[in-house]
Ligand binder design. Structure first.
Ligand code: TXA
Ligand code: MG
Length: 350
């Protein structure tokens, strides 16, 4: 199959949106831009179309998808917000939507089990990217995981989607580079002793500090390997094909003879940077000289992709300061590293 790459131009992006809607209504899957990473979209109510998403991504069916809405009223089509969370959820949607915050809520009957992997909850968000939102407005709720093959680096540009899924899907809309660069923050409202609390299932662009303004934030529960509260917690997620090691704060890096290393540096030369430790065959710097976390976020998956395809034997990553979105960046790096360090038989077949 030829994958049609259409740029969402200022003048005719409405036509482009209509074309995507037509494909989705016909049960096809389409690559769409969001402010976090590109998504692989399907009609959330069409189980066959959703099955195509799993097939194209080579994704195990235990991993549920995020449903994207185009307007607030569409939330009711897929989720039932319990009375006790009404105010909290409403206030948070008002503050953060459209934007990179996903709510896990009790699901409505109409959502196929395949979307939620049989769970009784559904993950819902409204993207800040106009293209995704416009498609969802016209189409209705859209199930869309990141548009990469399972366990691989999420795509932050249309070119990266083509690299991952070219030839397997009919269309990708190019809506530019992703503004945020890492996947949405996922929360699940729960009842605590003194009222609603927020379980943080995946760190992302909306920081813990921002969430705390609304309710107490708690860590995900420890889950057994076969029961996954948020499968983004699978350690091997977001892995490049090349082994990756994070040199945590205070750790030393000693290069071994004969190994070709690539460095993922945070700010480049200076300070505690590893840039001067050796002659690196490949270096990518997340935020050259500046130490700006938002810039690092936008560039993280792009730099990882570049290093991954550069032919090095191992990628060495410097630590990133764990404040704000930096928490999400270190989360993704550690998962990328874990994918290689702990390749258990279970991870092998996902
Ligand atoms: O920014 C994003 O969220 C991007 C863009 C495309 O919107 N999407 C994304 O989707 O990252 P995906 O499918 O790659 O990751 C969704 C995460 C997975 O870890 C999934 O397991 C979790 O959300 N999730 C989905 N439904 C859930 C549920 N009912 N309960 C707990 N976790 C859920
Ligand atoms: Mg993903």
């Amino acid at each position: 199959m030829d994958t049609k790459l259409v740029v969402a131009d200022f003048e005719d992006w409405r036509e482009t949106v209509a074309e995507a809607v037509e494909l989705l209504q016909a049960g096809e899957v389409v690559g769409l831009p969001t402010e976090t990473v590109y998504g692989l979209a399907a009609d959330a109510f069409n189980a066959e179309a959703v099955a195509k998403v799993f097939e194209v991504k080579e994704r195990p069916s235990f991993d549920p998808l995020i449903v994207h809405v185009g307007r607030r009223s569409q939330v009711e089509e897929v989720a039932a917000v319990p009375e006790e969370f009404h105010e909290l959820v409403r206030d948070m949607m008002e503050e953060f939507w459209p934007g990179p915050l996903t709510f896990v809520l009790p699901k409505k009957e109409a959502v196929p089990d395949l979307v939620t992997s049989g769970m009784d909850t559904v993950a819902v968000r409204m993207s800040a990217h106009e293209v995704m939102r416009a498609v969802a407005k016209e189409m209705g709720p859209i199930a869309a995981p990141s548009a990469n093959r399972f366990g691989r680096i999420s795509p932050t540009s249309a070119a990266a989607v083509i690299e991952e899924l070219g030839g397997k899907i009919p269309m990708v809309i190019d809506g530019g580079a992703c503004r945020d660069g890492v996947e949405s923050t996922i929360i699940k409202p729960e009842m605590g002793e003194k009222g609603p609390i927020l379980r943080l299932l995946r760190p992302g662009p909306i920081s813990k500090e921002q969430l705390r303004e609304f309710a107490k934030v708690v860590k995900p529960k420890k889950t057994k390997a076969d029961h996954i509260e948020s499968p983004g917690q699978i350690e091997s997620h977001y892995a490049p094909a090349t082994p990756l090691r994070v040199i945590e704060k205070g750790m030393e890096f000693e290069p071994e003879e004969g190994i070709k290393y690539g460095l993922l540096s945070y700010r480049g030369e200076g300070g505690t940077s590893l840039v001067d430790v050796m002659e690196w065959p490949e270096i990518e710097v997340l935020t050259p000289g500046k130490g700006k976390l938002t810039e690092a976020a936008v560039r993280l998956f792009y730099c990882l992709r570049k290093l991954d395809s550069s032919g090095v034997d191992e990628i060495i990553a410097e630590p990133i300061s764990e404040t704000g979105i930096g928490v999400a960046l270190m989360d993704r790096l550690r998962r990328a590293a874990a994918g290689h360090a702990k390749a258990s038989p279970k991870n092998d077949n996902v």
